[in-house]
Design a protein around this ligand. Structure first.
Ligand code: RFL
Ligand code: PHB
Length: 388
């Protein structure tokens, strides 16, 4: 088959890119390794920046988000069981949308299907070839038969364990990484959320986050050792630990119930440079990973898609400036989100080797934040998403 763009990976980045390209008259195919059921059952991000909302609207898939999502005009931070609010609306005149990545992915698949988009699922051995030439192609195996996609460009939207980044020669790739000595143990439960707004809690027992999906679906996380196992945690043990770490009034009204999902996610910061090599672009988690504390992963994938989409539209209009500068432009924004996520993670979590000095500095950082509108504005600006 011949396509203008071959997209590897059918997560939110790949789906959104193909949807936008289709609407601009540029044809693409998505090669996804997993089944659609698998992709649609992954529980991940929950917070959408204003730029992400705009992009979903631009792709024509924002209607259900506006109907069913929750606009949050602020968030709570807590230190040792006492919370204070950061008011995004007052500080920066903006807000975020709480709408699960699972739902975003659902809406994108529905839109792709409605437009007859080409998506190959359960594509095995997806391999990019000749990316340093003007005639790249991608091979894959489906139901035991090898297929070939000839294309102008390859978009590597295949997440952190995909094949795209590995296709860039080692001498050309530079990576930057920080691995944190803890993970997030997450629980999804069919209970009313403890708070209408998110609560990010710093506690001497470790970080906790209260989030939500809807009026009867809550998402909670607690910091746990990186080598812990979700199977070690009964629901009761999880609820007890969460209750200890969050503001007292929230702990008192927390409604608990059986978990319908429980998993441990490791935390790391990672960037691969450059994000373009020859005819291959890296997009989203394929190029960078952030710890979830700043809620930036999905949102960064969407801003990458924004830059790449406009670069490709310009290319087919005869202007190659956008494709030439994609990596530089995207990385400029990526590093700011990497910094914010690192800062927020470092400020909110307890580190195993933290000295009493480090701990006092961390507590003072949060006290200063509570007192300083300037610092709050900085946090708000980054949390709702830097403009693009
Ligand atoms: P994805 O979603 O990983 O999709 C990549 C797709 O590529 C497929 N694939 C391949 N296909 C073909 N051939 C191969 N060789 C392939 N290898 C992989 C995969 O099956 C998959 O379908 O990457 P994408 O599209 O770049 O999207 C990135 C986001 O999914 C990710 O950044 C966020 O989920 C991160 N994240 C959060 N981001 C936010 O913006 N806000 C949040 O609140 C937030 N919370 C989170 C998060 C991630 C979490 N976990 C589990 C990592 C909370 C958690 C707990
Ligand atoms: C979530 O609801 O899953 C969520 C919310 C905020 C974060 C991370 C995850 O920072």
């Amino acid at each position: 088959m011949r396509k203008q763009v071959c997209i590897i990976g059918g997560g939110p980045a790949g789906l959104l890119l193909s949807q936008l390209l289709h609407r601009a008259g540029i044809d693409s195919v998505i090669l996804e390794r997993r089944s659609r059921d698998h992709v649609l059952s992954r529980i991940r991000a929950g917070v959408l920046e204003r730029g992400t909302m705009r992009m979903l609207d631009e792709a024509g898939v924002g209607a259900r988000m506006h109907r069913e999502g929750y606009v949050h005009t602020g968030t709570y931070l807590s230190l040792q069981n006492r919370g204070f609010r950061i008011d995004f609306d007052r500080l920066v005149g903006s807000s975020v949308m709480v709408y699960g990545q699972t739902e975003v992915t659902h809406d994108l698949y529905d839109a792709r299907d409605a437009m007859g988009g080409d998506i190959v699922d359960e594509a095995a051995d997806v391999t990019p070839h000749d990316i340093e030439t003007d005639r790249p192609y991608v091979t894959y195996v489906k139901d035991g038969t090898e297929h070939r996609v000839d294309c102008d460009w390859i978009a590597g939207c295949d997440g952190s364990h995909g094949v795209s980044r590995r296709s860039i020669p080692g001498h050309a790739l530079r990576t930057f990484e920080r691995v944190y000595p803890f993970g997030w143990l997450g629980v999804l439960s069919e209970t009313p959320p403890v708070s209408h707004e998110l609560i990010y809690a710093n506690h001497s027992r470790g970080f906790a986050l209260c989030s939500m999906r809807n009026e009867n679906l809550s998402r909670y996380y607690i910091q746990a050792p990186a080598d812990d196992d979700a199977a070690n945690w009964s629901d009761d043990a999880f609820w007890d630990e969460l209750r200890r770490r969050i503001p007292e009034d929230a702990a008192d009204r927390l409604v608990t119930g059986p978990s319908i999902e429980k998993s441990l996610a490791p935390l790391r910061s990672f960037v691969a440079e450059p994000m373009k090599w020859g005819r291959l672009f890296l997009v989203g988690d394929a190029a960078h990973i952030v710890p979830p504390t700043g809620a930036k992963g999905l949102n960064l994938a969407v801003s990458d898609v924004h830059y790449l989409y406009h670069a490709l539209v310009r290319h087919y209009d005869g202007d190659d400036e956008g494709v030439a500068t994609y990596s530089e432009t995207a990385l400029h924004r990526v590093w700011k989100a990497i910094r914010f996520s690192w800062w927020f993670t470092t400020t909110m979590h307890r580190f195993p080797d933290q000295s009493n000095f480090d701990q006092r500095i961390q507590e003072t950082e949060l006290e200063v934040l509570e007192e300083s509108e300037t610092l709050q504005r900085h946090l708000a600006e980054n949390y709702v998403g830097l403009p693009y």
